[in-house]
Design a protein around this ligand. Structure first.
Ligand code: SF4
Length: 324
C-alpha cells in the first residue's frame, strides 16, 4: 500500500500523458449498504489497477449474481454481469479468445460454492490466467438472508429458522484439494493493507489465483466476524520472503505470525482447517502449472499439415473395415 502511495504523482505536471489515475477506474456509484465489506474490496481493486497501470480498455471484471457481483458496474473498465453461478465460464470465454486482457472475477459464496460449484472446480483445473475473488459473507444478501453453503452450523436465516443444520463448506480447503490448483490465498475486508497486498500477489501470479475474502454483511449478519475483528490474536498472519511481507501497521497489529512457504501444500491444507485461528496470507502457490489458454493457442498454431494428419488419425479410429 505504501509503495502505491509513494508512486502517486504529486502534481498534474508529474503525470505522464497516458498515465492512469484512480479516477479512471471509478464506475457507477456503489449501491451496497453502508459498512458492507464489498466497498473495501472495490477500493483495493481500483488501487491495484492504478498501481499496475492496467489500461481500462484491456481490463475486464466478470461476475455472476449477488451483492458481490455488482462490482463490475462500479469499475471504470469493461465488465460482464452474468448469470447466477456463471461468472467463471464467462471469464474463461473472454480469456480464451482475448488472452491479452486482464481478467478478474467477482463471485459470492452462493454464486461460486452453490449453483456455480461445478464451474469453480473446472476453472481451477483449467488454470487460466485470471484473478478470482470469492466474496464470502456467509449469507445470501441480494435475495435477502437465505442460508449459503458457507453459513456456519446453527445460523438462523430465513430458510433455516431453527438454525443451519449442515457443516459449512470450507472454500479454501476445498480449492486446495482441487486438481491443478496453482494459487490460493485468504484475506479479510477489515484488514485493507493485507487485502491489497494479497490481491496484488494474486494478480502477479500467472495462472488462476483464487482469493477467498471474508466479507462483512452488516445488513444481515451484523457482528458476524467480530471474534476476529476485536481479537487480533485470533488472526494468524502467514508471511514468507516469497509470499506476504506485512506492512508496519499490520505487523504491529498482528503479533501472531507464521513463516509459511507457499510451496508447502500439506501445511496449507492444515492451516485452512484450523479452528482456533484465522489464517490470512498466501496459502499455496505453484508456478509450474501450465495455463490452458497457452496450451490451446499452441494447438491453434499447428502447421496445416499437422492439423490434417491429426484429423486423419481421428477419422481412422472410426473407419468401419469391410469383413473379408
Ligand atoms: Fe453488503 Fe450485505 Fe448489504 Fe449485500 S446485503 S450490500 S452483502 S451489507
Amino acid at each position: 500500500m505504501s509503495d502505491y502511495i509513494n508512486k502517486l504523482p504529486t502534481s498534474v505536471a508529474d503525470l505522464e500523458e497516458d498515465a492512469h489515475i484512480l479516477h479512471d477506474y471509478e464506475g457507477a456509484v456503489s449501491r451496497w449498504c453502508h459498512g458492507c465489506g464489498d466497498n473495501a474490496i472495490l477500493t483495493a481493486l481500483q488501487k491495484l489497477c492504478a498501481e499496475e497501470q492496467l489500461p481500462p480498455e484491456k481490463t475486464v471484471f466478470a461476475s455472476g449474481i449477488g451483492c458481490a457481483s455488482r462490482l463490475p458496474h462500479y469499475m471504470g473498465t469493461y465488465g460482464f454481469h452474468g448469470l447466477h453461478g456463471r461468472a467463471l465460464p464467462v471469464a474463461e470465454g473472454i480469456k480464451i479468445k482475448r488472452p491479452d486482457l486482464h481478467v478478474f472475477v467477482n463471485t459470492g459464496d452462493g454464486d461460486c460454492c452453490s449453483i456455480g460449484a461445478a464451474h469453480w472446480l473446472h476453472a481451477v483445473r483449467y488454470n487460466m490466467n485470471m484473478t478470482v475473488m470469492l466474496h464470502d459473507n456467509r449469507i445470501y444478501g441480494l435475495t435477502k438472508n437465505q442460508v449459503s453453503p458457507t453459513s456456519p452450523k446453527g445460523l438462523v436465516t430465513s430458510t433455516t429458522p431453527r438454525g443451519a443444520t449442515l457443516q459449512p463448506l470450507n472454500a479454501v480447503a476445498a480449492t486446495l484439494g482441487m486438481s491443478n490448483v496453482s494459487f490460493v490465498a485468504q484475506a479479510a475486508d477489515w484488514v485493507p493493507g493485507i487485502l491489497y497486498d494479497i490481491l496484488h500477489l494474486a494478480f502477479l501470479h500467472r495462472g488462476l489465483s483464487f482469493v477467498s475474502i471474508l466479507q462483512r454483511c452488516p445488513h444481515y449478519l451484523p457482528g458476524h466476524f467480530d471474534e476476529y475483528i476485536k481479537n487480533p490474536e485470533r488472526t494468524l498472519l502467514l508471511t514468507h520472503p516469497n509470499g506476504l511481507q506485512p506492512d508496519e501497521a499490520s505487523a504491529r497489529r498482528f503479533k501472531s505470525r507464521e513463516e509459511h512457504d507457499p510451496a508447502d501444500l500439506s501445511r496449507a491444507q492444515a492451516l485452512a482447517v484450523m479452528d482456533d485461528k484465522l489464517a490470512l496470507g498466501i496459502l499455496y502457490r505453484n508456478e509450474s502449472i501450465p495455463c490452458y489458454e497457452d496450451m490451446y493457442r499452441r494447438e491453434q498454431h499447428l502447421p496445416i499439415e499437422d492439423k490434417i494428419a491429426a484429423l486423419e488419425r481421428e477419422f481412422d479410429r472410426f473407419t468401419v473395415k469391410p469383413e473379408l
